[in-house]
Design a protein around this ligand. Sequence first.
Ligand code: 5AD
Ligand code: SF4
Length: 481
Amino acid sequence: MERITDTLKILNEEDKQNLDNARISVDESNDGKRKLYIESYGCQMNFADSEIVASILRDNGFATTSKYEDAELILLNTCAIRDNAEQKVRNRLQHLIPIKKKNPLVKIGVLGCMAERLKAKLLEEEKVVDMVVGPDAYRDLPRLVEEAETGQKAVNVFLSREETYADITPIRLDSNGVTAFISIMRGCDNMCSFCVVPYTRGRERSRDPHSIVKEATDLFNQGYREVTLLGQNVDSYKWSPENSENAESVNFAQLLEMVALVNPDLRIRFSTSHPKDITDEVLYTMKKYENICKYIHLPAQSGSTRILELMNRTYTREWYINKIDRIREILGEECGISQDIIAGFCTETEEDHQETLSLLEYVKYDYGYMFAYSERPNTPAAKKLKDDIAEDVKKRRLNEIIALQQRLSFERNKLAVGKVHKVLVEGFSKRSNEHLQGRNDQNKVVVFPKEHFKKGDYVNVFVTDCTAATLIGHSVTEELV
Ligand code: 5AD
Ligand code: SF4
C-alpha cells in the first residue's frame, strides 16, 4: 500500500467557516507515476468526491502531490453554494496562470459544483482552464485528461440518475487514520429556494447499503474508529434493490443499524439531516446503539415561519421546535444539536430576525454554521424574490446570530464540565504535542494531557474546564456516568 501522509492544510486561515476552506491533496509515494494536485472547496461531500477522483486517476497512472508546482495535472474541486466560494476559485485560477505559462503541458481542470453550474461558459471566462467536469462525470476523467492533452478543451457535465461511485474505493487524502467519511447518497430533491445544490448535484440517489457496510468494515480493519455517513439529506436515504421483487428496501434507520453492527468500537456519525425527514425510527436507532453518536446537525435556516415558507423548507417554526423536543425526549438533553442559519434572506424583517435569535435561545444549539444570504443565479429565490436586504444589514444580523451562538456554545460546553466523557483520540492538540485531541459523543473537541495514549484510542476524560469551542480535562480510569 502506498503511504499517504496525514497533512491537512487549511489555506485560508481567516475564513472561519469550514465550508469555505480549501483542502489540498497529499504526497503519495509516486514511483514513476504522473503527479496530480487536487484542491477541494466546499462541503464534506466534495472532499469525499476528491478521494474518489484520486482513486479513479490512480488507476490511470497518477499519484497525488501537495505541491501544485510539481504537478502535471491540477484539479480544483469547487463549490458554488455562495458567491464568495466561487470568487475564491476564480482567484485561485488567476494564480495558476504563471504556472501554465511556464509549462504549457500542465493541464488544469475545474471539477464539482461550480463546473456543473457554469458548464462550458467557464472555459470562456477563465482561459487557463482546460477541463470542466461535473460531479457525476468523474469516471470519464481519464478520457477527458487525454482529450485535454491533445490541446482541446474537455467538458463533461452530464448529471446522472444512477451514479453513486459505489464500487470505487476512495483514497483517503487528508486522513488522520482514525475518522473517515462515507458518501451514502448523492444529489438532492428538496428544492430549498435559496440553494444551488439540486442543479449542481442533480437528483437524489442512494448507494447500495452493502457497499457502504463493506467500506465501513474495511475502514475498521485498517484501524479507523469513526465513520461519518454523508449525504445532502441522509434521512431520505432509500435503497431498493433492482431486479428482485421480494427483496426489501433499506431506509436510513436500517442503514444506520447495519453500519452500527459492523463493530461496537466503530463510531457512527451522519450529516446532514433535514428536519422534515428525520424520523422517530432514526432517533430510536440512535438510542439503541451506543456507538451511534448522539449528535444531530439539523439546519433550521430561519426561525420565522414566513421566511421558512419563502425558503420552501416545508416546515414551520413550531414544527421544527417539536422536532427538537422529540430529539430531547428520546435521546436526552445531552444530545448534541447544531444548526445552519441564513441571515438576511429576501424580505427578512427585524421581527423575522428576532425570531431566528429566539429559536437559537430555545434550542440552545451546541454549534452552528451561519451565513449571509448570497443569491445564486437561476435558483427559485433568484427568479421569484428580490435580494432586498442591504449587505450591511445582512452582516449585522449575521454577527448577532454568531455572537449568540458563541454564548450558547459556551453555555452548552459548561454543562459538560464535571463529567466523564468517552473521547476518541484523533491526534495531537493543535497547540501542544504534550496534549491529545479528540471528540466526545456530542462532537465536542476535547483536549487532555497525552500520558501513554495514542491516536485511535478511546479515553475516558474528566472535563474540568471549557471554552466556547473546546472541553479541557484529564484521563480517568473510572467508567462514564
Ligand atoms: N446563501 C447563503 N447560504 C446558503 N446555504 C445554502 N445556500 C445558500 C445561499 N444561497 C447554506 C445553508 C445550507 C448550508 C450548507 O449553506 O444554510 O444548509
Ligand atoms: Fe458546495 Fe453544496 Fe456543492 Fe457541497 S454540494 S460543494 S456545499 S455547492
